[in-house]
Design a protein around this ligand. Structure first.
Ligand code: DGP
Length: 115
């Protein structure tokens, strides 16, 4: 836990959030600035600043992020209509919060291409 990390504080229950899922490795909560009807952030419970800081030992938690996205897509009713998964990493991607997070976005048709 990093006390100056907003997502660590959400995981610890110190900052309120609309949490939709939690297990021993990951927590998922609704994004405070949703860009679509469904916009959920899935984060490792352990502080990992970004994909750049992920290590071999984090393989299980990285896998859990994707499987949680799949589970939540079903729960939110967007598995069949489709959804987008995004992990912003570093300045060019506009990463704003330096605690690794997977955006699960859906509930509307999205524009292509990305970037
Ligand atoms: P990114 O650009 O990938 O680092 O996206 C960070 C996202 O985090 C952004 O969509 C807004 C969201 N966010 C920032 N602060 C909070 C917060 O305090 N609570 C929640 N629920 N979401 C937050």
């Amino acid at each position: 836990m990093s006390s100056d990390c907003i997502f660590c504080r959400i995981i610890a229950g110190e900052v309120p959030s609309e949490t939709v899922y939690r297990d021993d490795r990951v927590t998922a909560f609704r994004d405070i600035r949703p860009v679509a009807p469904v916009h959920i952030l899935i984060v490792p419970n352990k502080h990992i600043a970004s994909v750049n800081e992920a290590e071999e030992a984090d393989e299980a938690v990285l896998g859990r992020l994707l499987l949680t996205a799949k589970r939540l897509a079903v729960q939110e009713g967007i598995a069949k209509s489709g959804y987008r998964l995004i992990i912003n990493t570093g300045p060019h991607a506009g990463q704003e919060v330096f605690h690794l997070h997977l955006h699960l976005i859906g509930g509307q048709r999205m524009r292509h291409p990305m970037g």
